[in-house]
Design a protein around this ligand. Structure first.
Ligand SMILES: Cc1cc2nc3c(=O)[nH]c(=O)nc-3n(C[C@H](O)[C@H](O)[C@H](O)COP(=O)(O)OP(=O)(O)OC[C@H]3O[C@@H](n4cnc5c(N)ncnc54)[C@H](O)[C@@H]3O)c2cc1C
Length: 496
C-alpha cells in the first residue's frame, strides 16, 4: 500500500507516459478520453505509434469513399494533436511509419511507458471458407479489394503491387456475405465511376479501372434468410437508390414468408424496403447494371473452366431450422445451384493477428482478439500441463477491433474505447501501472528507436500535415475531395 501511495504521489508531478499502438478510431478515442477526463493533477505524455505513414486506420482505408461524413471522426485526432501537440498540461506525439513488433520490439515499450494500449485493429488477414477452388485467381477477399480502392499502401508497394481483378474483362461478380462491407463493395462495382466515384478520394487506379469496367451483374449471396441480413437498412437503401443500377426482385416466396411474421421495428423497415424495391425491370432500366440479393445459399465449390479460370460457383441450398432455441440458424438441403461468375469477392470477415513478442510477454491472442477484461489485458500463466490461468498484465490495455474482434461501427468502437480509457485512469490513480526507470531516455532519443533504420523515416504530425495538405490541394485540382498518395515511398518523400 505504501508503495502504491508513493508511486502515485510521484506521478502528481511526473507525467504518466502512455503509448498507443495504432491510430484508428480505437487509438484516438482512447487518447481523447484519457487526455480530457484525467484529473487536473495529472499530466499525460502520450505517443501514438502507427505503422503507416498516415493516421486514421480504417477511417482512411476502410470506410467507403462516398461516405465522407463518417470520416469526420478523424477530427478527434486532429484536434488532439493541435490541442495537446506541444504545449499545455499534456503532450501528444504522432510517430508514423513505425511498426511495433518490427521496428520497435513490443517488450521494449515497457522501458518508456507506464501504460501501453494495443489498438492495432484486425485488418491483417481474412476469414476463409475452406472449400475447393478458394485459391483460384478469381476468388479474392473484400479486404484486398477495399485496400485497393482506398489506396492502402500495402497494395501499392513498388515491385510488389497488388493486381486488381480484371474488371474490364468480366461481366458477373458474386459477393459472398451481405454485411455493410459487402454492400460497399457492391456500390463500387455498380455506381457510375464518373459521377459517383470520381469526386471522392477513391484511389485514381481504382477510378481508372472502374471507368473501363465491363461488369454487368452483381449477386450478393448470404447463407441465412432475409431477417438475418447483416447489412443495415441505411446501407441497403443506398444501394436500392443507385440510379445506375437495377435491383432484380428477390425470391417472392422468401419475402412473403417474412412479411407475414410479427416483426420488430428494424426488421419491419427492412422488409418494407425490400417490398418497395422488389419490382421487375422496366424500359427505363434498359442498359443498367443489375444486382440481386440471394438468400439461404452456402458456397461449396468455386469451379474453373478448361483454362483454369474461375467460371462459376456451386452453392448448396439451406433451409431455416424450425427450432425456437436456434433462431435464424440454417441447415443444408440436398439441392444445389450454380451461378456463372468470373469474380468472387469474399466478404466474410476480417481477421486480426498477433504482434511479434506476445509470447514472451505472456499476452494471449485467441479467436481473433486479445484476452482482456474491460480493455485490461490478461496474460497467460501456465500451471502444470493442462492448467491455464490468467492474470491482469499490469499497464497493458487494448481497445477497438483487436479488443473485441473485427466487428462494430465507429460509434461502438468509440464508446468501447472510452471504457478502456476509464479503466486506465482508474489504474493510474491506484498506482497500478508499469514503473519506468527514472533515468530512462525518451524513446525518440533511445537506442531502440534512434539507432534503428526507421529513425530516418519517422512521420511526425507536421510531416503528416504536409502530406495531408498536398493530397487536398492536388485533389482540388483534379475535382476530387482528396488525391490519395498510395505508394509508401512517395508518401514519405512528400511528407519530408
Ligand atoms: C471496409 C470497412 C468499411 C467500414 N465502414 C464503416 C462505416 O461506413 N461507418 C462506420 O461507423 N464504421 C465502418 N467500419 C468499421 C470501422 O472502420 C471500425 O469500427 C474501426 O475502424 C475500428 O477501429 P480500430 O482503431 O480498432 O482499428 P483500425 O481502424 O483498423 O486501426 C488500427 C490502426 O493500427 C495500425 N497498426 C496495425 N498494426 C500496427 C503495428 N504493429 N504498429 C503500429 N500500428 C499498427 C493500423 O495501420 C491502423 O491505422 C468499416 C470497416 C471496414 C473494414
Amino acid at each position: 500500500m505504501q508503495r502504491r501511495l508513493f508511486s502515485s504521489s510521484i506521478h502528481l508531478f511526473k507525467p504518466f507516459k502512455v503509448a498507443i499502438v495504432g491510430t484508428g478510431p480505437a487509438g484516438f478515442y482512447t487518447a481523447h478520453h484519457l487526455l480530457n477526463k484525467s484529473s487536473r493533477d495529472k499530466k499525460i505524455h502520450l505517443d501514438f505509434f502507427e505503422k503507416l505513414p498516415a493516421p486514421f486506420g480504417l477511417s482512411r482505408y476502410g470506410v467507403a469513399p462516398d461516405h465522407p461524413e463518417v470520416k469526420n471522426c478523424e477530427e478527434f485526432m486532429t484536434n488532439l494533436m493541435s490541442q495537446f501537440g506541444s504545449s499545455g498540461r499534456h503532450k501528444v506525439r504522432f510517430l508514423g511509419n513505425v511498426e511495433i513488433g518490427k521496428d520497435v520490439k513490443l517488450a521494449d515499450l515497457e522501458k518508456y511507458y507506464n501504460a501501453i494500449v494495443l489498438a492495432y485493429g484486425a485488418t491483417s488477414s481474412d476469414n476463409s471458407l475452406q472449400i475447393p477452388g478458394e485459391d483460384l485467381p478469381g476468388v479474392i477477399s473484400a479486404r484486398q479489394f477495399v485496400n485497393w480502392y482506398n489506396g492502402q499502401p500495402d497494395c501499392y508497394q513498388k515491385g510488389n503491387e497488388y493486381t486488381p481483378p480484371p474488371l474490364d474483362k468480366i461481366e458477373n461478380v458474386t459477393i459472398i456475405g451481405n454485411g455493410n462491407v459487402a454492400l460497399d463493395v457492391a456500390r463500387i462495382l455498380l455506381a457510375d465511376p464518373k459521377s459517383h466515384w470520381k469526386p471522392t478520394d477513391i484511389s485514381v487506379d481504382a477510378e481508372d479501372l472502374l471507368e473501363r469496367s465491363t461488369v454487368k451483374n452483381v449477386r450478393i449471396v448470404a447463407r441465412r434468410g432475409i431477417l438475418e441480413s447483416a447489412f443495415s437498412n441505411k446501407e441497403i437503401r443506398e444501394l436500392f437508390e443507385l440510379k445506375d443500377a437495377k435491383f432484380l426482385p428477390v425470391d417472392a416466396n422468401l419475402l412473403q414468408g417474412v412479411s407475414t411474421k410479427k416483426l420488430g421495428r428494424v426488421d419491419k423497415r427492412r422488409v418494407a424496403l425490400l417490398e418497395k424495391y422488389n419490382t421487375s425491370p422496366s424500359a427505363k432500366d434498359q442498359g443498367k447494371r443489375t444486382w440481386t440479393l440471394d438468400y439461404l445459399l452456402s458456397p461449396v465449390e468455386f469451379c474453373a473452366d478448361a483454362k483454369g479460370q474461375l467460371a462459376s460457383t456451386k452453392f448448396v441450398r439451406n433451409r431455416a431450422i424450425d427450432d425456437p432455441l436456434l433462431p435464424g440458424q440454417v441447415a443444408p438441403t440436398d439441392e444445389f445451384v450454380s451461378f456463372d461468375n468470373q469474380l468472387v469477392i469474399l466478404s466474410i470477415g476480417y481477421k486480426g493477428t498477433p504482434i511479434a513478442g506476445f509470447e514472451d510477454l505472456g499476452i494471449w491472442f485467441e479467436k481473433n482478439k486479445l484476452h482482456n477484461k474491460g480493455g485490461r489485458i490478461l496474460s497467460q500463466i501456465s500451471e502444470g500441463e493442462n492448467d491455464v490461468n490468467s492474470t491482469y498484465k499490469k499497464g497493458w490495455y487494448t481497445s477497438g477491433w483487436i479488443k473485441n474482434g473485427p466487428k462494430g461501427v465507429i460509434a461502438t468502437t468509440m464508446m468501447d474505447s472510452f471504457d478502456t480509457a476509464e479503466n486506465i485512469l482508474e489504474d493510474l490513480t491506484n498506482g497500478a501501472f508499469i514503473e519506468v526507470d527514472e533515468d530512462a531516455a525518451d524513446i525518440m532519443d533511445s537506442a531502440d528507436l534512434a539507432s534503428s533504420p526507421v529513425a530516418e523515416t519517422i512521420v511526425q504530425w507536421n510531416n503528416w500535415e504536409k502530406l495531408n495538405a498536398y493530397e487536398l490541394r492536388k485533389g482540388k485540382e483534379m475535382g476530387k475531395s482528396r488525391y490519395k498518395v498510395c505508394n509508401k515511398e512517395e508518401m514519405l518523400n512528400i511528407s519530408k
